[in-house]
Design a protein. Structure first.
Length: 315
């Protein structure tokens, strides 16, 4: 009698699952020692390592009836790789912690790994290791590492009065897609896909540093909210021009709101000296002004915009 082929991770077991996962995850040149030992070894020629981490919890950050495992994997990688790029660094590696119920299908987990791998590839990173554990619901813990290649990190604290504010990447698409899914609608597909799989322009981080950016942030929680982090850290006021904001018709009547408050597209927003000639991939949307000592805020057409932005403990 033929043995039954394991279809769930509970039937397959921890170590067999790890073997199947690592077989799908080729290693790039920055990974000197990949999965299979007690820890990975990642090259750090700069002498410094950029590091960031995120948690994605089923039902809170993704729904399996809205997104497939491949899309969830790409999204999990993208939001971490974008944070590395926002520091002006190039991503080198990801580490994945996966918690899942034993009845989770093996095929689901392998497609998740495919998504992680294929999102890492264009950014130049590899999935270099991690851990798997049993849990009542699927949770992903992702750590991303990056290399500054000898340059200074781009922080939130460098904006100066007189700088221009510019963005690169889509704004509002993922937020509009999320609203459509919540309403049970099946289009426009462009917006639904944007929620399921962001497309950060990873090269924008190192490019911004080369262009002389004074501050940069990954727009993960909303444009106004994330630019507010720059304003507070820099002790400046950021003044946005509503007419300059990219609000394509596909975003619908709430387009401006989605652009100002939606974050899951992982665009990049930065401040640049006023004499810098920005390429056409960047859109100037405002300016940096002086603020009262010890303060920092963001205004849109001269007024505060307080509706929206993501907060895990309030949203």
């Amino acid at each position: 009698m033929d043995e039954r082929v394991p279809t769930t991770i509970g039937e397959l077991g921890e170590f067999a699952l790890i073997e199947r996962l690592t077989a799908r995850l080729p290693q790039g040149p920055a990974v000197r020692l990949g999965p299979g030992d007690d820890a990975a070894v990642i090259a750090a020629p700069d002498g410094r390592v950029v590091a960031t981490s995120d948690l994605l919890v089923e039902g809170r950050h993704f729904r399996r009836d809205w997104s497939g495992p491949y899309e969830i994997g790409r999204k999990a990688a993208a939001q971490n790789l974008a944070d590395v790029a926002a520091m002006g660094a190039r991503p080198t590696a990801l580490l994945l912690g996966l918690a899942a119920p034993p009845e989770t299908e093996v095929a689901w987990v392998l497609r998740l790994a495919d998504g992680l791998r294929e999102e890492c590839a264009p950014a130049g990173a590899s999935v270099a290791g991690g851990d798997v554990v049993r849990a009542p619901q699927i949770t992903l813990a992702v750590t991303a590492l990056g290399d500054l290649a000898g340059g200074p990190p781009l922080t939130r604290a460098g904006a100066r009065p007189g700088d221009v504010v510019a963005v690169r990447g889509r704004l509002g698409f993922a937020a509009a897609g999320l609203r459509l899914l919540a309403e049970g609608r099946d289009g426009p597909a462009e917006l639904l896909d944007a929620h399921r799989r962001p497309r950060p322009p990873y090269e924008a981080g190192p490019q911004a540093r080369e262009l002389g950016a004074t501050a940069l942030v990954d727009v993960s929680d909303g444009l106004v909210q994330d630019l507010g982090h720059i304003a507070v850290a820099s002790g400046t006021r950021i003044e946005l021009d509503g007419d300059a904001l990219p609000v394509p018709p596909v975003l619908g009547p709430a387009g401006l709101h989605h652009v100002l408050t939606g974050g899951d597209d992982h665009a990049f927003a930065g401040t640049f000296p006023p004499d810098v000639r920005l390429p056409g991939t960047w859109t100037v949307i405002g300016r940096v002004a002086e603020a009262a000592p010890g303060t920092g805020d963001v205004v849109v057409d001269g007024r505060p915009y307080t509706a929206g932005g993501w907060d895990h403990f309030r949203s």
